[in-house]
Design a protein around this ligand. Structure first.
Ligand SMILES: Cc1cc2nc3c(=O)[nH]c(=O)nc-3n(C[C@H](O)[C@H](O)[C@H](O)COP(=O)(O)OP(=O)(O)OC[C@H]3O[C@@H](n4cnc5c(N)ncnc54)[C@H](O)[C@@H]3O)c2cc1C
Ligand SMILES: NC(=O)c1ccc[n+]([C@@H]2O[C@H](COP(=O)([O-])OP(=O)(O)OC[C@H]3O[C@@H](n4cnc5c(N)ncnc54)[C@H](OP(=O)(O)O)[C@@H]3O)[C@@H](O)[C@H]2O)c1
Length: 296
């Protein structure tokens, strides 16, 4: 179940979409004091948290200010961090907001004893989050050759780079159809994906650009739900294509992006290669690209 909502904003100038509430973990006050006292390292951005929304005891999203001059391509990741004691701790994070957004959004796991997320899960509006200056990544439109249908295959927090790309008008300029698959263990873990689609459908300009081009295909593996099973099994059985009413994978028109665990990347990549798609990169665009959602 979703924790009590803390504070959420979709677009900076839309105050109506900012429900307010609070669900601060116990360590917050102590942590906030430590943050204020800590010296911010040179050469990194220190941005202000604007909104936090907790989904489950493992997942939350937050928004923070975007530094003037910070440029990135939708789908890229950056190193974000916190001062823990007197030392900065950084981890790779996909930027979940699109390149045009005035704020930055992230979708995060909470690892109970994780060096970063055991603290990051306690942030609240007004706190500062560090960010290194150079974003990077392979889940970018530039790394794909032209096509008609773009598949975004994600598990868990692997949906984060696609949260950026499905909100970028360029995605819909380049593709006629965009299919976002999101597989989690439980239904509660799918909530961020449902919220994203809802926000797009209600957004002042995105809903017109996106129209009916975006198809969301959520599935779970350990609970009852309308769509069940690993995405790899659903590709192999062709149930994915039947459910969506699209033909089987075709390298002439289909393009793919994959983001999940190491095992999920490998298994999904094998299936795309079996269908004849060739992996690409920033230097050599191809028919699909991959990026790990976490190490391990
Ligand atoms: C390119 C890239 C992009 C990433 N983008 C995101 C992102 O957008 N959101 C995000 O939450 N994490 C993301 N991660 C993972 C992130 O870098 C950290 O590992 C995560 O924030 C946990 O940090 P930690 O210091 O608390 O624990 P760590 O010591 O980093 O991790 C401890 C263990 O927790 C598990 N774990 C870590 N991250 C995840 C995860 N996301 N989902 C499930 N299990 C995990 C792994 O088993 C890992 O060994 C990304 C990683 C990479 C390589
Ligand atoms: N999600 C939770 O409720 C939970 C709770 C506590 C701890 N953890 C731990 O956190 C870590 C990450 O868990 P997570 O749930 O975020 O990520 P995950 O284990 O990668 O699972 C996310 C989704 O991906 C599916 N998947 C796993 N391997 C796949 C593959 N090779 N091909 C296709 N799909 C695949 C899973 O299906 P399956 O269900 O079939 O594996 C699940 O639906 C794990 O070490 C886990 O033990 C998770």
């Amino acid at each position: 179940m979703r924790d009590q909502m803390v504070y959420f904003a979709f677009a900076k100038n839309d105050e109506t979409k900012r429900p307010i509430g609070m669900n601060a973990p116990a360590k917050t006050e102590e942590f906030a004091v430590a943050q204020v006292q800590a010296k911010i390292p040179d050469g990194v951005y220190a941005e202000t948290v604007l909104a936090v929304e907790h989904y489950t005891d493992r997942l939350f999203r937050f928004r923070m200010t975007r530094p003037a001059g910070f440029r990135f391509r939708s789908g890229e990741f950056a190193m974000i961090g916190l001062m823990v004691g007197d030392k900065p701790v950084y981890r790779a994070y996909s930027i979940a907001s699109p390149a045009w957004d005035e704020e930055l959004e992230f979708f995060s796991i909470k690892v109970p004893d994780g060096p970063l997320t055991s603290h990051l899960q306690a942030i609240k509006p007004g706190d500062r989050v560090l960010m290194r200056k150079k974003p990077t990544g392979t889940l970018v439109l530039d790394a794909l050759t032209p096509g008609k249908r773009l598949y975004m295959f994600s598990t868990g927090t692997g949906i984060a780079p696609f949260a950026s790309l499905i909100r970028d008008p360029e995605t819909y300029e380049k593709f006629d159809e965009v299919i976002l698959t999101h597989t989690c263990r439980d239904v509660a873990e799918l909530k961020y994906g449902f919220d994203l689609v809802h926000e797009i459908n209600n957004h002042e300009f995105l809903h017109e650009i996106v129209g009916d081009k975006l198809k969301h295909y959520p599935t779970v593996t350990r609970e009852d739900f309308q769509y069940r099973g690993r995405i790899t099994d659903l590709i192999e059985s062709a149930k994915l294509f039947t459910d969506l009413g699209v033909p089987a994978l075709d390298p002439a028109v289909d393009r793919g992006m994959i983001c999940g665990s190491t095992a999920m990347l490998k298994d999904t990549k094998d299936l795309l290669e079996k269908a004849g798609l060739v992996e690409g990169s920033n230097n050599k665009p191809g028919e699909f690209v991959i990026e790990r959602a976490f190490v391990g």
